[in-house]
Design a protein around this ligand. Structure first.
Ligand code: KDG
Ligand code: MG
Length: 403
């Protein structure tokens, strides 16, 4: 038996906070799992250390499905972002171990490669439309085949999702939440202009994406979808919050713009109606926040039955361990759509040396056994946890608003 002998949680902040689970076995093989939940990191660290790790010691590391079921059903309290991030970390670390023991890159255990690489989208940001287009042209020159466009909105002093830096984006910006002011009217006037300018500058051979960050009502989202149709966006993301999955019925009735949602989803139940009724085109759930590789494969299989493709979340708060797992997953599933790719800082990359690589718009997880990511614990120990929260959003009259 390949026994789990120990496990520990490493919290580090090489530019931003990351929570990583490391599981060790009696064979000396170890595995890593990302457990980062932006702004709530220590809750997952405690869930793992205080409630999960004691249950893992002595178990057979090969019994991935059984351990998943044990942690999911056995807790009695099912689902939720903290629980599912903790389960995801265990699951990812166990897949890493299994693949290392097999001497194979993880994607080979998931059925092998279904494509030569995973198409990724980069993030073009700017305070103005011109600045955003400038950034998008850089991405296009670097070989990106898909680019997300986010621009400042005239009349609003800051906009969530618009980075102040050309390459690096970090929305968790303060020890206590900062506040943004939002106007749907101003926003709805500016996005079609952004897309018109982008098609003029970039042409039609590049996919263009946009994230509304859950800030619209269904009928506003329907309007935006219609207004963007002439520019053929690849997707409109998080048009509305999906707490009520039926919200998407209304948007769907009005527009052919493809819809993506799900970066905050933590289980298949968050997406059941959306997928079954074919209300979306891309499901954004990812490894760390949706129960690991085991559960994400279940979501992808269900989505495949309903013509929904994957489009995993891949912002900087998902560590390189999650990024690698997402690439092994994306390379193997039949219904892969696109993978988000936001570059990590040099400090983060040094703490998590990895085998994945970018080439002409595609990413590949590499062929190192396992996930192909390691954790430099000595370096990680140098970066102490720093509280950092995501901002909140209010309407111009002070009303708390969504994302
Ligand atoms: O933690 C929240 C961020 O990851 C999120 O706001 C980024 O919306 C996002 C995206 O699509 O990457
Ligand atoms: Mg998003």
């Amino acid at each position: 038996m390949l026994k789990i002998t120990s496990a520990k949680v490493v919290v580090t902040c090489p530019g931003r906070n990351f929570v990583t689970l490391k599981i060790e076995t009696n064979d000396g093989v170890h595995g890593l799992g990302d457990a980062t939940l932006n702004g709530r990191e220590l809750a997952v660290a405690s869930y793992l250390t205080d409630h999960v790790i004691p249950c893992l010691i002595g178990r057979d590391a090969h019994t991935i499905e059984d351990i998943w079921q044990f942690l999911y059903r056995g807790a009695y309290w099912r689902r939720g972002p903290v629980t599912m991030a903790a389960i995801a970390a265990v699951d990812t670390a166990l897949w890493d171990i299994k693949a290392k023991v097999a001497g194979l890159p993880l994607y080979q255990l998931l059925g092998g490669a279904s494509r030569s690489g995973c198409m990724v989208y980069g993030h073009a940001n700017g305070a103005t439309i011109d600045k955003t287009i400038e950034a998008a042209l850089v991405y296009q020159a670097e070989g990106y085949r898909a680019i997300r466009l986010q621009s400042g909105v005239p009349g609003l002093s800051s906009t969530y999702g618009v980075s102040k830096d050309r390459y690096f984006y970090e929305p968790a910006d303060a020890a206590l939440p900062t506040e943004n002011v939002w106007s749907t009217e101003k926003y709805l006037r500016s996005v079609p202009e952004l897309f018109r300018a982008a098609r003029e500058a970039l042409g039609w051979d590049v996919h263009l994406l946009h994230d509304a960050h859950h800030r619209l009502t269904p009928i506003e989202a329907a309007r935006l979808g219609k207004d963007l149709e002439p520019y053929r966006p690849f997707w409109l993301e998080d048009a509305v919050a999906a707490d009520n999955q039926a919200n998407f019925r209304l948007i769907r009735q009005h527009t052919t713009t493809p819809l993506a949602v799900g970066e905050v989803f933590n289980s298949i139940w968050d997406a059941k109606q959306l997928i079954e009724e074919q209300l979306i085109d891309y499901i954004r759930a990812t490894v760390v926040h949706a129960g690991g590789i085991t559960h994400l494969r279940r979501i992808a299989s269900f989505a495949d039955l309903h013509n929904v493709r994957t489009g995993c979340h891949g912002a900087t708060d998902l560590s390189p361990v999650c990024m690698a797992a997402a690439l092994h997953f994306g390379l193997s599933v039949p219904n892969f759509g696109v993978q988000e790719y936001m570059r990590h800082t040099e400090e983060t990359d040094a703490v998590f040396p990895h085998a994945y690589s970018f080439d002409r718009g595609l990413m590949h997880p590499g062929d190192a056994p396992g996930l192909g990511v390691d954790l430099d614990e000595a370096l990680a120990a140098r970066y102490e946890y720093k509280p950092a929260y995501l901002p909140v959003n209010r309407l111009e009259d002070g009303t708390m608003w969504n994302w």
